[in-house]
Design a protein around this ligand. Structure first.
Ligand code: DOR
Ligand code: ZN
Ligand code: ZN
Length: 415
């Protein structure tokens, strides 16, 4: 199938240019002012902006025994609604993705259900280095907070030394969290120091072995300033938009790991984003039922509103268009080795968004495709949303509707 996008304003070579895009099968074939070849189908972009589709490198899909919270169908539909055509999913599932057998079962499950392309992290639990080295994924996740068991920094050192895969860290020190147990309040148990301890040790290990590592959801200034040239950094929408005063409105429903921090930390993260000192913005989509949230389960669903939030940041002039593409397309592709995605270039996969930059509205959590429907963004006034989503040359979202297909999503290891 040959598809042509006409009347587009395309962000290429860091500039907005009027152009037409020719897509053949799954890939971009040509970008030019005028393309003469006759397509099978045309899309009129109506002078709107066309940018690469988003890659969300931090997603909890659940499924397996936690299908009641979320499954691959609902999570990947939520992704499309958010302009995300590639998700990288985290291994703290039930059962946990900590060996090749479960990883392979997971790839098969996602192949059957996913509407979007997906990569899967294998989790390191301190004892499974062999499994990690032979796994069919280049993505490794390490939880220093005890999520997949209590892991010593000595074990992390071994992993960093012997593996050449991309290792992402949840950096909160489990010993510090345990010591703080008595403090009861979530953000005092998981305090800034818990993050700082883990960040220091991990950054030092990366430097010692001269290996690049990735730190997920950075939340505070002190830990940010400790990182070195071997660490790439992610921030989440929740830590950009909210502070720990959310506890006054929502009590334990405001829980998230690592917790929301004070205003000065939040402002610092925004400053770092504006100065290009961050690498990735991710959703950390973490679905729970309302009952579980009321009891304090950490995290929020966020895939559905990825585009609305990031385009609002652009409309607020916190991010430029170039930064949006760097943080949500180009850098995730580069850091996690996703080939031929994240940019609009000939031979790259045609993963594209047509943007309605001026569209305004109110976020309504009950409209989420995600099974999880509690977000602190409910009622938030956004400006900017997607108009059309294209994944590998197929239109998967148009006219406020998902028209993609279950099982169309591919494993990034097969691309
Ligand atoms: O808030 C969080 N929720 N942080 C995590 O690290 C895990 C996540 C989840 O899986 O619910
Ligand atoms: Zn985490
Ligand atoms: Zn997470």
């Amino acid at each position: 199938m040959i598809l042509k996008i006409e009347n587009a304003r395309v962000f290429i070579a860091n500039k907005i240019t009027y152009a037409e895009i020719l897509i053949e099968d799954e890939r971009i074939k040509k970008i030019a002012k005028i393309i003469d070849e006759k397509p099978d189908e045309k899309i009129n972009a109506k002078n709107r902006l066309v940018i690469p589709a988003f890659i969300d490198s931090h997603v909890h899909v659940r499924d397996f025994f936690e299908r009641y919270k979320e499954d691959y169908i609902t999570a990947s539909k939520a992704a499309i609604a958010g302009g995300v055509t590639t998700i990288l999913e985290m291994p703290n599932t039930k059962p946990e993705i900590v060996n090749c057998e479960i990883l392979n079962a997971r790839i098969e499950l996602a192949r059957k259900k996913s509407y979007v392309d997906f990569g899967i992290f294998i989790g390191f639990n301190g004892k499974n280095l062999d499994e990690i080295l032979s796994a069919r994924t280049n993505l490794v996740k390490v939880y220093m907070d005890g999520t997949l068991g209590e892991i010593d920094y000595k074990d992390v050192e071994q992993l960093v030394e012997f593996s050449d895969k991309t290792i992402a860290f949840h950096a909160e020190d489990y010993k510090r969290i345990k010591e703080n147990r008595e403090k009861k309040l979530h953000h005092l148990v998981r305090d800034e120091y818990a993050e700082l301890i883990a960040v220091k040790k991990i950054s030092d290990i990366a430097k010692k072995y001269r290996k690049r590592i990735h730190i997920c959801h950075v939340t505070c200034k002190d830990s940010f300033l400790y990182m070195n040239e071997y660490t790439t950094k992610e921030v989440t929408f929740h830590h950009i938009f909210f502070t720990n005063n959310l506890y006054e409105r929502f009590g334990v429903m405001a829980n998230i790991n690592p917790p929301l921090r004070k205003l000065s930390d939040r402002n610092f993260l925004i400053e770092m984003l504006m100065k290009n000192r961050i690498d990735i913005i991710a959703s950390d989509h973490a679905p729970h039922t309302l009952d579980e949230k009321i009891k304090g389960a950490p995290g929020f669903p966020c895939l559905d509103i990825f585009a609305k939030l990031v385009l609002t940041l652009m409309n607020y002039k916190i991010l430029t268009l170039e930064q949006v593409i760097n943080y949500c397309c180009k850098n995730p592709a580069k850091i996690f080795g996703i080939k031929n995605k994240g940019e609009i270039l000939p031979n790259y996969y045609a993963d594209l968004l047509i943007i309605d930059y001026k569209k305004e509205g109110i976020i309504k959590q009950e409209e989420f495709y995600s099974k999880s429907k509690f977000t602190p963004f409910d009622g938030f006034k956004y400006k900017g949303d997607i108009d059309t989503v294209i994944l590998r040359g197929e239109i998967v979202y148009y006219d406020n509707e998902i028209i993609g297909k279950k099982g169309y999503g591919k494993y990034i290891g097969d691309l």
